[in-house]
Ligand binder design. Structure first.
Ligand code: NAD
Ligand code: IPM
Ligand code: MN
Length: 356
């Protein structure tokens, strides 16, 4: 079993180090770890945010545990040299089209949500975000318009096969959950969304037991804070999924809690090859202060063990150790507590060792 660790920038290395402590505590036999440069850290060292050797390391592994990329110094670089190009490049090069972002409240910990407890109770949703298409990967550029002004443009598109494969992911996931898919689009305005919706309806015919409904993205954003408990699987495109998943993290309590799995079609000896990362970014505002909540990275490790290494029991143990840590009130500043990154990681490790 090979795992490539790509810590990246800002709080990325801090939260990956915390997840690494949890992984070490599991003492898995036959596990080999590699570590690679990515993001601004890689740009500074190699002149590129996604060096060829990092991509090769990721390809050769069964799974990748990714921290975060992004740095204020990278903001003025040309797009292909920006740290963010590294994560987009990994997703594209590795064919990781399905991004799973689960957001569930922790039973008994409804007070962690900024919503009233009766609204927070029962949040258990999964955002299935398409990750290889949409306006993210369309042609883009700058031109001069007729009035002589600079004009930026980005093209947005989805073809049927792209929608079909992510729709299958969402319906299959709903079959293992509460049997509901809410497809989120902007079909009242966008052609992309019209094709999206028509294709999702077609795919739904293969899943007669799943209840499908559709929401426009503006309504979906409103429903997410009004009554988040209504959602089971949210199926959506790259851009809407990016936005709605940050919002889902906030209704649960903090962006520092939400993990993700990015999967494609390739299987390994133990499961599906995947890249796992917290949904948050490099958080330059808190980097270096020991204030990052490492639970999103630790829960990403649990998803890695489940989906790529076939180690469901270890994944469950980590999730129970995280639940106990939160239940014991070991909370970072993002959740109104005072625990540092290291203290949270230490509590998870100690809980893990006491759970069989
Ligand atoms: P961000 O997610 O980094 O931070 C948003 C806010 O949430 C900040 O106030 C931050 O302090 C807080 N936060 C984030 N993670 C936290 C954690 N684990 N514990 C406690 N607080 C946490 O988003 P941003 O500020 O918009 O972006 C910062 C940089 O990260 C940018 O360069 C952006 O492009 C990049 N980014 C990268 C990824 C990725 O690598 N996948 C994801 C999102 C943003
Ligand atoms: C995320 C991030 C990325 C995205 C950025 C850094 C390219 O926000 O992983 O959610 O937009 O997908
Ligand atoms: Mn995002």
């Amino acid at each position: 079993m090979k795992i490539a660790l790509l810590p990246g920038d800002g709080i990325g290395p801090e939260v990956v180090a915390a997840a690494r402590r949890v992984l070490d505590a599991l003492a898995l036999p036959g596990l080999v770890l590699f570590e690679g440069d990515v993001g601004m850290a890689a740009y500074r060292r190699h002149g590129h945010p996604l060096p060829a050797e990092t991509l090769e390391m990721a390809r050769a592994a069964d799974a990748v545990l990714f921290g975060a990329v992004g740095d204020p110094e990278g903001d003025n670089l040309p797009r292909e040299h920006r740290p963010e190009a590294a994560i987009l490049g990994l997703r594209a090069e590795l064919g990781l089209f399905a991004n799973l972002r689960p957001a569930a409240g922790w039973p008994g910990l409804e007070h962690l949500s900024p919503l009233r407890p009766e609204l927070a109770r029962g949040i258990d949703l999964l955002v299935v975000r398409e990750l290889n298409g949409d306006v993210y990967f369309g042609a883009k550029g700058e031109r001069t318009n007729a009035a002589g002004e600079r004009e930026g443009w980005d093209s947005m598109s989805y073809c049927e096969s792209e929608v079909r494969r992510i729709a299958h992911t969402a319906f299959a996931a709903a079959g293992k959950r509460r049997g509901r898919v809410t497809s989120v689009d902007k079909a009242n305005v966008l052609e992309t969304s019209r094709i999206w919706r028509e294709t999702v309806v077609e795919v739904a015919r293969d899943y007669p037991d799943i209840r499908l409904d559709h929401l426009y993205v503006d309504n979906a954003a409103m429903q997410m804070v009004r009554a988040p408990g209504q959602f089971d699987v949210i199926l959506t495109g790259n851009l809407f999924g990016d936005i709605l998943s940050d919002q889902a993290s906030a209704v649960v309590g903090s962006i520092g809690l939400l993990p993700s799995a990015s999967l494609g079609e390739r299987t390994t000896g133990h499961g599906t090859f995947g890249l796992y990362e917290p949904i948050h970014g490099s958080a330059p505002d808190i980097a270096g202060h020991g204030k990052a909540n490492p639970l999103a990275a630790i829960l990403s490790l649990a998803m890695l063990l489940r989906h790529s290494l076939g180690r469901e029991a270890d994944a469950g143990r980590i999730e129970r150790a995280v639940a106990k840590t939160l239940g014991d009130g070991v909370l970072g500043a993002d959740l109104g507590g005072t625990a540092s990154t290291e203290q949270i990681a230490a509590a998870v490790v100690s809980n893990l060792l006491s759970i069989s």
